[in-house]
Design a protein. Structure first.
Lengths: 89, 678
């Protein structure tokens, strides 16, 4: 895990957050997305939300948010997550 | 020897133990500032020990008691233990109880109405002490020279009760009330053999009180789940605002539940070789070994929930409350204010919140760049700040005055001044409502923690305007800070904690008294976690560090949440994050950056994520698995720091929380709960 500050690169990602982002409907079924959200919330806390899925080809990579702080997190098993980058320092 | 001894006393006068689900235990601190290693190896403890056993179960924190002898002038003669010359026999007597299920219902700040009991249909109309079916009482038990084997303190409750009705607004395990307005019919099963603690002796026959395993259970079928029904039905205060089983405070008063925390009295009798009998109790003779309690000599024990940040202290502890109520007990009374002794602890405690509280850490937008994290403006321990804070010249006064001006004073001067006049439950205690628009402006002061008057949003919802909705330092803490802000102080030096045996004998009793209470919560009491707000009343003490004479075992702890888990979960913001963290960090030494997660996270036993909005019931499962917040200890024994502030990481979290359980049952539609019409 690293805590590299990527505040600048994440700054542009500050789109309005919805509980179920529209773009996810094209990539995940509602059940799959709910499972993903459940995993993120178990891994980080239930106050965390998914902002977007960055990559889901092999390891899945998400941008998540809590109190306006953002992480890019990655998982190979969709259960255990590592923080790749963080907007806090 | 016997000719010089006038009386014996037990120290600490009030001891604190903390439950754990392991069979293993370690001693709590016995000297101020001490963090005791929990034993074992390859762990993060100060001596390399681990807070968990080899099955990842949380170890219990025990309290060790010692007997000290005093002469006719109340000067210390020495410790009496099995190795003391002239001591023939030591006998310890312990009586603890859990009276939570029998007590008055918690109804918010300052409110205990003698007409509103927990489990109100069981032995109704009786005072709590007479509701024996609801009291877990092992009776007085002894351990000592004649019988050194550990003693298990066990008792029963909910005995002799067959069935009853409970509100349909509650949640039930395995069924759903078809009509919440109708009561649910429940069957009661007695809870037997509940362990409230164990008595052990060390190698010198000092008493070691080991608390219970932290069990809690509902005895009804169907079982009641811990919840806050007012959130789902007629928020904010439920279908009947006057019913403490369903209103906003329902999760403090859950019917059918017991937990295994307790409180009670500790006594000792020492027989000398010449036949002299010395006892902490009055009237003890060989023919009458029981006697009566003498509150000045005997001690008290509390078993409480775990403290997950053993290196951190709350900014107002029960020790601070003791010195507030008994200023003459403060060994530093009358001495010049000394920065490192009197002010630095307040500042360093504030800084430490920045590792367990989102608001204090500055990860909350409301406090970003203004809080106490290592890179935040409020890092009071930075070298630049410390240079100003340790200098008593007028050149740096503005910096110190700025900090002091941020401090909040208790309304009416002290917390005590705003509490009901007489401690409950002598009469119904009405909340001391006051005129005005509320305490919003007071929220801009420090500490930014809720007070005994409850949090402002809650009071707003309830239409209350109670005093002291925010925590304030005690009057003597503020007096020290005022001296500091006025250049009226000496700097002193930072002292490393010393173990008890390095203290001069004459200082050991007070060191033990202080050490036990230093890591506790001295406000806000809502209702409290080691002690309720009753601890603020001087009349609840016989003297400093001694619980009042006519206090029944279990009767003080009874005022706190029943069971404790719902309160422990719900106090997740700005209450007492050094006991139960709100958030936890991982620190990257290479980049000197940190990331955080919520402390209460993972999967419950059904595969649901632990919830930050409704975790009352999940805490019963999760508490022994949650992580500790601990510093990184360097090879030389120092603690890793960033910008002069100690770094704290989450450690020793049970990894079983991080994966969903196998074979999760798919929830189906629950059947209706039984009602009287069936």
């Amino acid at each position: 895990m690293t805590g590299t500050s990527v505040a600048a690169s994440l700054a542009g990602a500050g789109q309005p957050v919805s509980q179920y982002p529209e773009q996810q409907t094209t990539r995940f079924s509602e059940v799959e997305y709910a499972r993903l959200l459940r995993s993120v919330q178990a891994g980080f806390g239930s106050g965390f939300k998914i902002i977007r899925v960055i990559d889901s080809t092999s390891d899945i990579r998400l941008e998540i948010e809590h109190l306006q702080n953002r992480y890019i997190v990655v998982s190979s098993d969709r259960v255990h997550w590592d923080i790749a980058t963080s907007s806090i320092c | 020897m016997s000719s010089t001894i006038s009386r014996i006393r037990i120290h600490p006068g009030i001891g604190i133990s903390r439950v754990g689900n392991s069979d293993e235990y370690y001693y709590g601190p016995q000297a101020p500032g001490e963090v005791v290693d929990p034993g074992g190896s390859a762990g993060p403890g100060p001596g390399g020990g681990s807070y968990r056993d080899d099955q990842m179960r949380l170890k219990r924190q025990a309290q060790c008691y010692r007997i000290y002898a005093y002469d006719a002038d109340d000067q210390l003669v020495g410790e009496l233990n099995a190795e003391s010359a002239g001591v023939a026999e030591i006998d310890w007597r312990v009586h603890v109880r859990n009276m939570k299920a029998a007590n008055y219902a918690f109804q918010g700040a300052y409110l205990f109405n003698p007409d509103d009991l927990r489990n109100p249909t069981i032995q109704p109309g009786l005072p709590p002490i007479e509701r024996d079916q609801l009291i877990i009482d092992p009776g007085a038990q002894n351990i000592g020279s004649k019988s050194t084997a550990p003693v298990f303190l066990t008792g029963d409750c909910f005995t002799g009760i067959s069935e009853g009705e409970l509100p349909g607004y509650l949640r039930y395990r395995g069924c759903t009330p078809a009509d919440p307005s109708k009561p649910v019919k429940v069957q009661y099963s007695p809870a037997t053999g509940i362990e409230l603690g164990q008595l052990h002796l060390d190698d010198k026959q000092r008493l070691v009180f080991v608390p219970g395993p932290g069990n809690a259970q509902c005895v009804t079928t169907p079982e009641v789940e811990l919840s806050n029904p007012s959130e789902a039905c007629d928020p904010p205060n439920g279908p009947d605002p006057d019913d403490p089983l369903t209103n906003q405070f329902a999760y403090f008063n859950v019917p059918g539940w017991w937990d295994d925390t307790c409180g009670g009295e500790i006594d000792a009798t020492v027989t000398l070789i010449d036949g002299t009998v010395l006892s902490t109790r009055d009237g003890v003779t060989p023919e009458n070994p029981v006697g009566t309690r003498n509150a000045s000599n005997g001690a008290w024990v509390v078993s409480a929930p775990p403290k997950y940040s053993p290196y951190m202290y709350h900014v107002v502890s029960i020790l601070d409350r003791v010195f507030e109520a008994f200023p003459d007990a403060d060994p530093n009374k009358g001495k010049p204010t000394e920065f490192y002794r009197d002010v630095y602890p307040i500042l360093s405690r504030a800084i430490n919140y920045g590792w367990v509280s989102a608001e204090a850490a500055g990860v909350d937008p409301a406090t970003r760049n203004m809080a106490h994290g290592p890179k935040q403006a409020g890092n009071l321990l930075s070298k630049e700040n410390l240079a100003k804070f340790t200098d008593n010249s007028t050149a740096t006064q503005a910096a110190r005055q700025q900090i002091y001006n941020l401090m909040r004073y208790a309304e009416n001067g002290t917390l005590l001044a705003t509490l009901p006049k007489d401690p409950p439950p002598a009469t119904a205690c009405l909340p001391p409502r006051k005129a005005g628009d509320g305490p919003v402006s007071r929220g801009n002061k420090m500490p930014k923690l809720w007070g005994t008057g409850g949090k402002p949003l809650q009071n707003q919802q309830l239409g209350n305007n109670l005093p002291n909705q925010y925590l304030s330092l005690t009057d003597w803490q503020l007096a020290r800070m005022a001296d500091w802000a006025s250049n009226n102080f000496v700097t002193g030096s930072l002292q490393k904690p010393r173990p008890l045996d390095e203290y001069p004998l004459a200082e050991q009793p007070l060191a033990m008294d202080c050490a036990a209470l230093e890591p506790t919560i001295g406000g806000g009491f809502h209702p409290g976690i080691e002690f309720p707000y009753l601890i603020a009343y001087p009349q609840k003490f016989a003297e400093a560090f001694r619980v009042a004479q006519d206090t029944e075992p279990g009767s003080v702890a009874a005022f706190m949440s029943s069971p404790w888990h719902g309160d422990y979960w719900s106090c997740n913001t700005a209450w007492w994050p050094v006991q139960r963290p709100d958030i936890v960090f991982q620190y990257d030494e290479a980049t000197q950056t940190r990331t955080y997660k919520e402390w209460f996270r993972g999967y419950d036993e059904t595969g649901k994520p632990l919830s930050s909005t409704d975790g009352y019931d999940q805490m019963v499962y999760a508490w022994p698995k949650l992580g500790m917040v601990l510093p990184k200890i360097l090879a030389n024994g120092d603690l890793l720091k960033d910008n002069n502030a100690v770094i704290f990481d989450e450690k020793e979290r049970d990894p079983s929380l991080d994966s969903p359980p196998n074979n999760i049952a798919v929830p189906g539609t629950l059947p209706a709960c039984p009602t009287d019409s069936e």
